[in-house]
Design a protein around this ligand. Structure first.
Ligand code: COA
Length: 283
């Protein structure tokens, strides 16, 4: 069934298999309030199962991508107030779930379209996305140290996953802001592009991904992510099993089609492009 929600803090727009999710608190620079965390968890869970979503793009309304946790509604209002203890636990759980577990393991490709400010807690969903493209003018910052805390949640871990040791330490400890090109230099994002090209660049990538075999993409991203923390022997065994699972799960038989269209039909060259997919019956 088609998923067309109406949230207070999140916008969902679907077009040709590409679903754009927009954090929508521009007046607060899309800082993540407890309510936004709950809505995002609900949204991501539903999109996992949504047939109309082949690729997910995550962005922000106005001049921010996301200014991190809402320091007022999340910390000052909830922390240390016994009356709000359960609400605090629940909001933290919802945030952790959507920003890391659901998004990092999302079964379809995800792209962070970083249109502006990206601070603190927002690094978690930035790194959880498979791809990240930013506007040259976007400002990033591990600002936690500037207001007396550590890059918590999962931010320190996310930095260790995404960038090298020196950059992780430099920006975590100094709290200095940096822009899109510097984020690209350190591998925190794939690319930084002129502001006016951001939308088109992201959509080009999203359309490319939306046209590919979804089961192959799903298994591939899982394979790369899952083997990060495995030994070589474990990874070898896992990847054999994963390929078997893919062959079993893939309704369009990408493996057979791919080889046959190259070797027999000479219809494409896999070194340059994906195999031309046949539309399923009734599509
Ligand atoms: N939590 C709560 N409120 C926030 C917020 C956050 N993380 N980030 C921005 N806001 C609010 C401001 O308090 C302000 O609210 P007000 O209009 O009711 O006064 C509004 O959003 C606009 O912020 P402002 O600072 O006036 O906008 P700006 O465009 O000049 O600067 C930032 C934007 C993001 C650079 C600045 O707001 C900032 O430094 N925010 C904190 C970023 C941060 O450290 N995040 C880490 C959290 S883990």
């Amino acid at each position: 069934m088609s998923f067309q929600p109406t949230y207070k803090n999140v916008l969902v727009r679907k077009e040709d298999g590409i679903t754009t999710v927009t954090l929508n608190r521009p007046e607060k620079r899309n800082a993540m309030s407890p309510e936004l965390e709950e809505e995002m968890l609900d949204c991501i869970l539903n999109l996992e199962a949504d047939d109309e979503t082949l690729v997910l793009v995550l962005t922000g309304a106005g001049k921010a991508w996301c200014a991190g946790m809402d320091l007022d509604l999340f910390f000052r209002e909830l922390e240390g107030n016994p009356a709000n203890a359960a609400k605090h636990v629940r909001a933290e759980w919802a945030g952790h779930q959507w920003k890391w577990h659901r998004l990092y393991n999302f079964p379809k490709p995800t792209i962070a379209m970083v249109n502006g400010y990206c601070f603190g807690g927002a690094f978690t969903q930035l790194v959880a996305c498979d791809f990240a493209i930013a506007a040259d003018s976007a400002v990033f910052g591990l600002s936690e140290v500037n207001w007396g805390v550590i890059p918590g949640g999962l931010v320190s871990k996310a930095m260790n996953i995404a960038v090298n040791y020196r950059d992780a330490l430099y920006y975590s400890i100094t709290g200095k802001p940096f822009k899109g090109p510097e984020a690209a230099r350190m591998g925190l994002i794939n690319e930084s592009v002129p502001d006016e090209r951001l939308h088109d660049e992201v959509m080009n990538l999203a359309r490319h991904l939306a046209a590919m075999n979804p089961e192959t993409l799903r298994a591939t991203k899982q394979a790369v992510k899952a083997t990060r923390d495995m030994t070589v022997d474990q990874a070898h065994e896992y990847l054999i099993a994963k390929n078997g699972q893919l062959a079993f799960r893939d309704p369009e038989g990408g493996y057979k089609q791919g080889i046959s269209k190259f070797i027999d039909a000479k219809a494409y060259r896999p070194g340059y492009e994906p195999y031309p997919r046949e539309k399923a019956e009734g599509a």
